[in-house]
Design a protein around this ligand. Structure first.
Ligand code: AMP
Ligand code: FE
Ligand code: FE
Ligand code: ZN
Length: 296
C-alpha cells in the first residue's frame, strides 16, 4: 500500500509524505525542526500542511534547502460540515491569493474566541485551567486549536499526553466542545482551486460526530475541483482504504497517503504512510505553478 524503497524493477522510489504539521499550528516542532526530522527519517519529499495557515512556509523552505529535502507547500483547511469538521488539504496554492488568505484569517480569529469559550466551560466545571495558560502554548502567529488546551493541561500537571485530554474533555462529542467559523467544504475546494492549488480531502473516513462523510458530498466537491482523497492514513483501516479506492475510481480522483505527523503531539510517525511519485506528479501538474514544488 505504501510504495517506498524500490519499485518492481528495483529502482529506488522517493519517500513522499504529503501531510505534516509544525508548531505554526498544532505540531510540536518548528518548521525548521520538522524539515530536519523529515530528513533524518529518510523523507525525500515533504509537504508542510499546517491548519489554516501558510505562516510556516518560509522557514520550512529555507530548512528544506539546507537539508536537501523537496518541499511541497500546503495547508489543511478545517471545513464545517453538519456538526463536524472535515479537513481539506490544499497543495501549492498562491499565498498571495486574497480570497483564500482572508478566509483562513477569518477561521483563525474565530478559533481564538472558540478556545476561550471552551476553557470557560471547562473551568466552570472545575477543570483547573485559565485561558492565559492556553495562550502560552500557542506559538507566535500560530493557529490555535484544541491541542493547545491539552498542552496547557500537560504543562500544569493535570495529564501526561494530548490523547488523555481528547478522550476526557476535548473530543467532538464533549459537552465543552465549541465550534469555530469554517468554510463549507465545497467553497473551500473552490477557494483552493481559484488560488491555483490542488485540493485533497484529508483522512476522509475518520469518524466524526456526523458519522461518515457521505459520497454525495465528495461528488459535489469533485464537481467543484477536488483532485484526490487521502486514503492511506493511520485513521483508516482496510475497509476505509477500500472505500476510498472505490470512490476515487468512480469519481476519477487521485489517492494519496501520509503521516499527518504532529511531532510529539500525536503518535503518528513520519512516512508511516506515503504517496506514489506518479500521484505527486499529477498534483504538481494540476497546480497553477504560482507556488512551485521546491527542489534542493
Ligand atoms: P481543532 O483544530 O481545534 O478542532 O482540533 C483538532 C486537532 O486536534 C486535529 O487537527 C488533531 O491534530 C488534534 N487531535 C485530535 N484528536 C487528537 C488526539 N486524540 N490526540 C492528539 N491530538 C488530537
Ligand atoms: Fe492537527
Ligand atoms: Fe486533519
Ligand atoms: Zn493534519
Amino acid at each position: 500500500m505504501t510504495p517506498t524503497g524500490t519499485d518492481s524493477a528495483g529502482h529506488p522510489r522517493p519517500v513522499i509524505d504529503l501531510h505534516t504539521h509544525s508548531a505554526v499550528s498544532d505540531g510540536t516542532e518548528t518548521p525548521a525542526e520538522l524539515v530536519a526530522a523529515a530528513a533524518t527519517a529518510g523523507v525525500d519529499v515533504l509537504a508542510i500542511t499546517d491548519h489554516d495557515t501558510v505562516t510556516g512556509w518560509a522557514e520550512a523552505a529555507e530548512a528544506a534547502r539546507v537539508h536537501g529535502v523537496t518541499l511541497v507547500r500546503g495547508i489543511e483547511i478545517s471545513c464545517a460540515w453538519r456538526h463536524s469538521s472535515i479537513h481539506l488539504l490544499g497543495y501549492l496554492p498562491d499565498a498571495g491569493d486574497r480570497p483564500l488568505m482572508e478566509e483562513l484569517a477569518r477561521a483563525r480569529d474565530s478559533r481564538s474566541t472558540r478556545l476561550e469559550r471552551m476553557v470557560a466551560l471547562m473551568a466552570a466545571d472545575g477543570i483547573p485551567l485559565g485561558y492565559d495558560e492556553v495562550l502560552a502554548q500557542v506559538g507566535p502567529d500560530a493557529t490555535p486549536g484544541r491541542p493547545h488546551i491539552a498542552d496547557a493541561l500537560i504543562a500544569n500537571g493535570t495529564i501526561r499526553h494530548r490523547d488523555e485530554a481528547f478522550r476526557s474533555w476535548l473530543g467532538d462529542d464533549s459537552p465543552y466542545y465549541v465550534g469555530h467559523y469554517a468554510p463549507d467544504p465545497v467553497r473551500a475546494v473552490e477557494l483552493v482551486r481559484a488560488a491555483g492549488g490542488v485540493p485533497v480531502i484529508a483522512h476522509p473516513f475518520t469518524r466524526t460526530r456526523s458519522g461518515d462523510l457521505d459520497d454525495a458530498l465528495v461528488e459535489r466537491m469533485r464537481d467543484a475541483g477536488l483532485a484526490g482523497l487521502e486514503a492511506f492514513h493511520r485513521d483508516h483501516g482496510p475497509e476505509e482504504v477500500a472505500r476510498a479506492t472505490a470512490l476515487a475510481d468512480r469519481l476519477g480522483l487521485l489517492l494519496t497517503g501520509s503521516s499527518d505527523y504532529h511531532g510529539e503531539g500525536k503518535r503518528n510517525r513520519l512516512a508511516e504512510n506515503t504517496t506514489a511519485p506518479e500521484v505527486l506528479d499529477a498534483i504538481e501538474a494540476a497546480s497553477s505553478g504560482a507556488t512551485e514544488v521546491l527542489r534542493p
